[in-house]
Ligand binder design. Structure first.
Ligand SMILES: O=C(O)CCC(=O)C(=O)O
Length: 242
């Protein structure tokens, strides 16, 4: 835990605000990366055994995986994010994704519109309630999503060949997009394939359009995805994991 990433400068912070994502210098030391990879692969193996479907990942890691909770809340990470955003942040959800030959999934272009909350409370501007692994999820107003970011730690080399995330720069600037606007943007805007080495990371806004293709050459593509918020929800609603 002695590894200290360089503080983000003004250029990194303004690129993030403009583009909606930024590929970062390594934030994890090799031993931290290895420990997380081992821990999360073990947990995924346990949940795979208990599930009849092939799983592409894990949810609720702030709660079920103490090393993830500790990393997410560590000053090394939160201080760094606070420099990037100029605001206080707190972790609210952590997910793990892996892509392998046995579970070679993909996702179409989308924005991340859903958050996990402690309890369902009907509240103006919060819609599309659902349950994921028994936990209430809801789509909050855009202003909540605009204050959030996801930090994605790469636990393997991630390339176009093993299914790297693809993003459309600046697509977060138009708020929540309707399907026709997404189709238009996908047809007319250049995309970036986020190739990131093991130990590297990227930060992205949830409203940034992103997609994920199946791997052409499947190999582990493990990503720890931690979401941070900057505001309470109000209206009696509470974040599930804050
Ligand atoms: O990790 C990926 O490739 C896709 C992740 C994703 O679509 C998401 O976080 O919403």
């Amino acid at each position: 835990m002695s590894f200290a990433p360089p503080t983000p400068g003004v250029a990194v912070a303004s690129a993030f605000q403009r583009d909606g994502f930024v590929i970062l210098p390594p934030l994890l030391a090799e031993d931290e990366c290895e420990q997380l990879a081992v821990e999360l692969s073990k947990l995924l193996g346990v949940q795979q055994k208990a599930s009849r479907n092939k799983l592409g990942g894990l949810r609720n890691l702030l709660r079920i995986c103490p090393p993830v909770g500790a990393l997410a809340a560590s000053p090394k990470i939160t201080d760094w994010l606070e420099c990037l955003l100029g605001r206080t942040v707190f972790p609210v959800r952590a997910l793990f994704f892996d892509k392998t030959a046995a579970s070679n999934w993909w996702v179409p272009w989308h924005q991340d519109l859903t958050i996990a909350v402690a309890q369902k409370v009907e509240c103006q501007g919060f819609e599309g309630w659902s349950l994921k692994t028994g936990i209430p999820h809801v789509q909050p107003p855009a202003v909540i999503l605009e204050g959030m970011l996801a930090l994605r730690f790469h636990l393997d080399d991630c390339t176009a060949a093993n299914g790297a995330l693809r993003v459309i720069p600046c697509s977060h600037l138009g708020g929540k997009l309707l399907p026709a606007a997404i189709a238009r943007m996908v047809a007319t805007s250049p995309e970036v394939v986020c190739e990131i080495p093991r130990g590297g990371a990227m930060a992205m806004r949830p409203l940034l359009l992103h997609a994920s293709s199946p791997a052409r050459h499947p190999a582990h593509r493990r990503v720890l995805h931690i979401e941070y918020a900057t505001t309470e929800l109000g209206g009696g609603l509470k974040w599930f994991d804050a």
